[in-house]
Design a protein around this ligand. Structure first.
Ligand code: NAD
Length: 509
């Protein structure tokens, strides 16, 4: 990269190689008010770089650019849009090592995960929706004789997309893939905490041939840039992934512009282990369900419901596994758990340990920052297992960290009652070898996704989203294409004899 200065020991990214300005209309530009955001490395709290901070005027510019770009992009043959997205997938793969490193340093997500999951999935998402672009068909509807009625799915227009900080690269692909395949233009706001991979992606989008203005990236804070997107009268749809509290505010804000909303909100996944399960598989899968990405996942299995007959045996193994998880520098390939993404969030998660104790919860392991001095400056936390009542605060509220709450149940009915007792309804899992039970439970769990003898599986082809406090609408698959298009019904008189509703004497006679 031709750096002529020595990088400080802790600078794990080449600052000269980072994109740090707003990406509007295919150009890199400073924020109108000259504002900037410090981007921190969660491993040690050092400043990685500063990026331009978009505010209302910048969002306005981005919307104008998107509006200008929209007609040509929407009018482009779908197969050509698809080809461009397939090139994005290829470019993500060609730059995989760099993207994984960028994501790891910015978010704290271990490099073994970003390189094995996030980056390959990102490519897979662009590839899937690249292939989808010319396969999302309308339909012909049987109506009255003499009429042809057909339904076309048209792009919505300028779409706003707001993503959180937990899987920025992957979530950007979940949203951009279908939105672009369907022919929309986008104003995207990454989280103020983790904008770096999205900005790098903008370069790859441009290289792949996405026309100027079709995708505009405006990093900024939620209550300025985010709110400007949410309330913008000419943004026709908002796809938001984030907390339930902000989701509610966005619903209120949408009343004025009546924008279409797609909300992927919080979760409090119940992960249910029955007495007939393969316990070794369940222990491993349950650890992945909660500790992957430090538990910062909306679909995390953050409530562990154990059948009372196997609870002690399961917990012995589970706690031993939790305590053996290798915590460390996320850039070290042997690290299994990195830091949480921000200091404020780590402190919030630690705060829930006190809440659990105050309500009579028992801390089975963890509950603190790790003691290793080399991790002291970072936002680390031990894997934490807490036994608490199903109605305790920590069993009801989303903690969003390496923090799992354990309770027991006697039978299926009690498991269902506990599982369905929070306001959330995103994902849930169950471990059993009883086939009938598996299907029965899958039907009874009030969530948008259910995993049987697995947890947290995702695919670009399989609908992803929640019910209740976890939001509405779906990412992935044909469902996502429906989100990003609006149906238009066209009636054509091909041979119909219309009744004469207004019989009048013929003036010629
Ligand atoms: P958050 O709601 O605070 O922020 C999410 C995004 O919204 C950020 O980009 C933020 O800047 C922006 N934002 C904040 N306030 C805003 C406002 N008033 N107007 C417009 N935008 C605003 O959430 P977070 O702390 O960044 O992320 C964690 C949350 O996201 C958790 O609740 C988690 O469950 C949820 N999440 C959900 C899914 C899902 O698919 N359902 C996936 C990942 C994360």
């Amino acid at each position: 990269m031709g750096l002529d200065v020595q990088l400080p020991a802790r600078a794990r990214l080449d600052p000269a190689g980072l994109r740090t300005r707003l990406f509007i209309d295919g150009m890199w530009c400073d924020a109108a008010e000259g504002t900037e955001i410090d981007v921190l490395d969660p491993h040690d709290g050092s400043t990685i770089t500063r990026v331009a901070e978009a505010r209302g005027m910048d969002v306005d510019r981005a919307v104008e650019a998107a509006e200008r770009a929209l007609p040509a992009w929407a009018g482009m043959p779908a197969a050509e849009r698809g080809r461009i997205l397939l090139r994005v997938a290829d470019l993500v793969e060609a730059n995989a090592a760099e993207l994984a490193r960028l994501e790891t340093v910015d978010t704290g997500h271990p490099i073994r995960d970003t390189s094995r999951l996030d980056v390959p999935r990102t490519a897979a998402w662009y590839r899937y929706f690249g292939g989808m672009a010319d396969k999302h068909e309308g339909s012909v509807i049987p109506v009255d004789a003499g009429f042809l009625n057909y339904l076309v799915r048209e792009p919505i227009g300028v779409v706003g997309q707001i993503v959180p900080w937990n899987f920025p690269l992957m979530f950007t692909s979940w949203k951009l893939g279908p939105a672009l395949a369907a022919g929309n233009a986008v104003v995207m706001k990454p989280s103020e905490l983790t904008p770096l991979s999205t900005l790098r992606l903008a370069e790859l989008l441009q290289e792949a041939g996405i026309p100027d203005g079709v995708v505009n990236i405006v990093p900024g804070y939620g209550n300025s840039a985010g709110w400007a997107i949410a309330t913008h009268p000419r943004i026709r749809m908002l796809s938001f992934t984030g907390s339930t509290a902000v989701g509610r505010r966005l619903v209120e804000a949408s009343a004025q512009s009546l924008k279409r909303l797609h909300l992927e909100l919080g979760g409090k996944g119940a992960n249910i282990v029955f007495e007939d399960a393969n316990l070794q598989q369940a222990v491993n899968g349950s650890a992945f369900a909660i500790f992957h990405n430090q538990g910062q996942a909306c679909i995390a299995g953050s409530r562990l419901l154990l059948h009372e007959r196997i609870a002690d045996r399961f917990l012995d193994d589970f706690v031993r596994l939790a305590m053996s998880i290798r915590i460390g520098d996320p850039l070290d390939p042997s690290t299994e758990m990195g830091p949480l993404t921000s200091a404020q969030h780590r402190d919030r998660v630690l705060g829930y340990v006190d809440v659990a104790r105050a309500e009579g919860g028992e801390i089975l392991c963890g509950g603190d920052a790790p003691s290793a001095p080399e991790l002291a400056a970072g936002y680390y936390m031990q894997p934490t297992v807490v036994r608490a009542r199903p109605d305790a605060t920590v069993s009801q509220e989303e903690v969003f960290g390496p923090f799992v709450v354990v309770s027991t149940f006697r039978d299926e009915a009690e498991a269902v009652r506990i599982a369905n007792s929070t306001e959330y309804g995103l994902g849930s899992g169950l471990w059993t070898n009883d086939l009938s039970r598996a299907h029965r439970m899958a039907h009874l769990l009030r969530t948008g996704m259910v995993w049987v003898n697995a947890y947290k599986r995702v695919s670009p082809a399989s609908p992803f989203g929640g019910v209740g406090g976890s939001g509405y609408g779906r990412e992935m698959g044909f469902e996502a294409m429906h989100e990003y298009t609006q149906p238009k019904s066209v009636w054509v008189n091909v041979d119909a004899h219309l009744p004469n509703w207004y019989p009048r004497p013929d003036p010629a006679q």
